[in-house]
Design a protein around this ligand. Structure first.
Ligand SMILES: *Cc1c(COP(=O)(O)O)cnc(C)c1O
Length: 230
């Protein structure tokens, strides 16, 4: 068994545990393998395990993988997207996790050749270092997106703060879930908002217990090649 297979086996056990504790179904949680720190070869190992959702956070990293990989996988763009890079990225990916401003929506509207599934990024903890809208801003932002026919808001995304305090992390995820339910209840055609993209290597079990439908897992699954090579 490869390292990636071993890691995946462990992660799946942890996901099963989190689902059991929260009475959820494992089928309702999709693993996005974040391959931003690893090579094409390692990415191919990931695909060989049967994983079909991959995440990249930089335009050049995405291009590098797309050029080398022709497998039928879903690509997620999980990083901050500069407006001027939209044209290189938007039609190459299936999901965008970092929609956080109208200028970005405008550029997507101009460049996308079909409707794009997007997550609105929310900065629950309001950490300066993280992108995303506050809870208050997110609601009115999503209403405004009604005028953008190329954008479908399928859910919300957040990153938990950098802390070992599980209570703080759980509280962030819980607030995102509450906001998602509030928006979903509006029944907006352009924003069904059924999905929650939350949880990374260090906190995906908590995220699942709090309702995550997509977890974005990098290091725990694929390692960090740059460090291994050193
Ligand atoms: C890098 C990254 C991840 C994965 O982080 P790990 O801690 O390596 O699992 C998830 N989400 C976003 C937005 C990232 O940039």
């Amino acid at each position: 068994m490869t390292n990636v297979q071993q890691n995946l086996q462990q992660i799946k056990q942890h996901i099963q545990g989190a689902c059991n504790r929260s009475e959820r179904k494992v089928e309702d949680v999709t693993i996005i393998a974040v391959t931003k720190e690893v090579s094409v070869d390692r990415t191919k190992e990931v695909i060989a395990t049967g994983i079909t959702h991959l995440g990249e956070n930089r335009p050049d990293g995405l291009k590098n993988k797309l050029d080398a990989i022709s497998d039928n996988v879903k690509w997620h763009y999980i990083g901050t997207l500069q407006t001027r890079k939209v044209k290189n990225v938007i039609n190459e990916v299936d999901y965008l996790h970092s929609l956080d401003r109208i200028s970005l929506a405008e550029e997507i509207e101009k460049r996308a050749t079909s409707t794009k599934d997007c997550f609105v990024q929310v900065n629950i903890s309001e950490e300066e270092s993280k992108h995303g809208l506050s809870i208050e801003e997110a609601e009115s932002f999503i209403s405004q997106l009604e005028n953008y026919s190329r954008i479908r808001v399928i859910g919300l995304m957040t990153m938990a703060p950098n802390t070992d305090d599980h209570t703080v992390i759980r509280n962030v995820f819980r607030q995102l879930k509450a906001l998602q339910e509030k928006i979903a209840a509006k029944g907006l055609i352009h924003a069904p908002c059924q999905e929650l993209s939350m949880g990374m290597s260090g906190d995906y079990e908590i995220a699942i217990e709090e309702g995550a439908t997509f977890v974005r897992i990098g290091t725990a699954l694929v390692g960090k090649e740059r460090e291994e090579i050193k």
